[in-house]
Every structure is written in C-alpha cells, then in structure tokens.
Ligand binder design. Structure first.
Ligand code: PGA
Length: 250
C-alpha cells in the first residue's frame, strides 16, 4: 500500500500574506480532521515559501518550477538549492503550462529532474496528452515517450525520490476530468514503463492524477490501484476542498 500524496498546485495565486492566513485556517481545521493517512504537499510560488515554512510540521512544501542550472547569471530564475534552503522538499517539473507557455522540452526537463535530485528535491514530473492527441488515439504513446525522454539516464536510491503526475492537458482547469478507468489505464501504463526503467522501485513510486480533481470526483479516482494521489490546482486553493480531497484519499 502506497501512502497517498495530496499535492496542491497553487500556480500564480494568492500573495504571501494571504498564504500565511490560509495556512493558519488549515492548521485549525486539521485539528478536527482525520488526515494521518495521507501526505499533504503544497506547491506554491517561491515567494510564498518563507511565509509558509512554519507549516512544515503538518505539510510539505514544494516549488512549481526550477532552473536546470546550478547558479549564476540567469536573471529571474530560481535554483534547486534556493528552493531547498527556503523549505521546499518537492518541485513540480514539466507542468503542461511550462511545456506550453515556456516551450520547455523533454531535454530541458530531463536536466531539471537531474538537478532536482542532485539537491535532494523530489521532482514531481508531469506528463500528459492534449485533446487532439487523445482523439487521434495517441495518448499512451505521447505520455510514455515523455516519460522515457524526461527520465533518460536518471537513477535514484529510493522510490520516494520521484513522483509522476499524469495530467491530461484537456482536463486541467477545464472542469473536464478523465474517467477514473481512463486515468487508471494510463497510470498503469506509466507504472509498467517505470518497471522497465526501475524494476526495484516501480511498484512503490507514487503516481498522481491531475486535471480538475475535486471533492466530487476524487474518491473514485483515488480508489484506483495505480493512482496514489492527486496534483490539484483549483481545488487546492480552498482549505475545505483540500481537506475533502485528503479525506477522499482514505
Ligand atoms: P486543476 O489543475 O486541478 O485546476 O485542473 C491541475 C494542475 O494543473 O496541476
């Protein structure tokens, strides 16, 4: 049994002072909630980490992107070491919004995964197909190709060092969700590929589903054998919704 991971992706929302208030609210509500069965993670803008670092006792923090470079003249970039030092233990790599709006390709994402691991940050590697690719029957080929390219030449010591998020692009922020069976089918294919790459670890690597996961659909998705948690955008911004998702992971 893999311990579920409920991971919020706040994207570019809230300011640090709001984040601190939000966290106080969550902490209070957690006292009355049975949440011990899951890990809770919030991937927040890097500017928010300082305001949230006190929360590390009851949840983990992550960044949403990082540079593939170690340090130096890269104006505007944030390094793995900076995220780590600011309190992050995870980082999202290859979110479809980065792939699309910032033209991040698999070679770059491979370098970012490597750099994250070098700094003991757990990469949450996102993969997923577009609607056109799904309609053309290519969803699995696209996702598996991304996975293999992004993980090429990468090894790690423990299954806890890597998280994969399957996020069909057409389901992100749209209210459309993959059916639980379709999501499971893809996550099983991902695990099969992981088993080829990492035979000793694959059965314990966490695979998340992301794309309009919300309290009303989470339980069905999270009940599937190869879905070990969620990467949640919109519904992670409200404490009640986040806690409902944690409850659904039981
Ligand atoms: P959503 O976002 O839950 O708002 O669809 C998920 C994500 O982009 O990680």
């Amino acid at each position: 049994m893999i311990r579920p991971l409920i991971a919020g992706n706040w994207k570019m929302n809230k300011v640090p002072t709001e984040a601190a208030t939000w966290l106080g609210d969550l902490k209070e509500k957690l006292k009355q909630t049975d949440a011990g069965h899951a890990d809770i993670l919030l991937c927040v803008p890097a500017t928010h980490l300082g305001a949230m670092v006190a929360a590390q006792g009851f949840l983990a923090l992550g960044g949403q992107d990082m540079s593939q470079h170690e340090s130096g003249a890269y104006t505007g970039e944030i390094s793995a070491a900076m995220l780590k030092d600011a309190g992050a233990s995870y980082v999202i790599v290859g979110h479809s919004e980065r792939r699309e709006y910032h033209k991040e390709d698999d070679a770059l994402l491979n370098a970012k995964v490597k750099k994250a691991l070098e700094h003991n940050l757990i990469p949450i590697l996102c993969v997923g197909e577009s609607e056109a690719q799904r309609d053309a029957g290519k969803a699995k080929d696209v996702v598996i190709a991304q996975l293999k390219a992004d993980l090429e030449g990468i090894s790690f010591a423990s299954a806890d060092d890597l998280v994969i998020a399957y996020e069909p692009i057409w389901a992100i922020g749209t209210g459309k969700t993959a059916t639980a069976d379709d999501a499971q089918e893809m996550c099983a294919a991902i695990r099969q590929t992981l088993a080829e790459l990492y035979p000793d670890q694959a059965s314990r690597i966490r695979i998340l589903y992301g794309g309009s996961m919300k309290p009303s659909n989470a339980q069905e998705l999270l009940s599937k054998a190869d879905i070990n948690g969620g990467l949640i955008g919109g519904a992670s911004l409200k404490t009640d919704d986040l806690l409902a998702l944690v409850a659904a992971a039981k």
